[in-house]
Design a protein around this ligand. Structure first.
Ligand code: HEC
Length: 105
């Protein structure tokens, strides 16, 4: 895996527009996907009032920056069977930027 570039949170806010169809970062607010409030460092499948896929729940992943970086390139490769249908972000810089943004949320 390539090293993660240094992320820029302001640019990441723009990348996050692509996630907004399904996610917000407001605590407790789930859309198609679970809230991404404080996602960095959170355990996968840990939002109590969100109905996760079994694949996500059983994955046992902690959403470290490194795991998010790999996941967001190809979510269904990192967690086969996830119901996150988002195709992924091919650009490593965009992934680093959106992670930098999520750290502020
Ligand atoms: C088409 C809707 C959709 C889009 C767009 C989308 N997601 Fe998701 N996401 C989901 C769904 C649905 C889940 C729940 C997955 C499951 O239970 O298998 C999820 C789960 C996640 C998780 C795991 C959360 C947890 O609590 O385990 C992360 C992290 C995540 N998404 C980040 C992102 C980011 C960052 C983006 C934008 C780059 C994005 N998603 C775009 C639908 C989407």
């Amino acid at each position: 895996m390539a090293a993660m570039p240094v992320g820029n949170a302001a640019n990441g806010a723009k990348v996050f527009v692509q996630c907004k169809t399904c996610h917000v970062t407001t605590p407790g607010v789930n859309r198609i996907g679970p809230t991404l409030h404080a996602i960095v460092g959170r355990h996968s499948g840990s939002i109590p009032n969100y109905s996760y896929s079994a694949a996500n729940k059983k994955s046992g992943v902690t959403w470290t920056e490194a795991n998010l970086f790999t996941y967001l390139e190809a979510p269904r490769k990192f967690i086969p069977g996830t119901k996150m249908t988002f195709v992924g972000l091919k650009d490593p810089q965009q992934r680093a930027d959106v992670i930098a943004y999520l750290k502020t949320q």
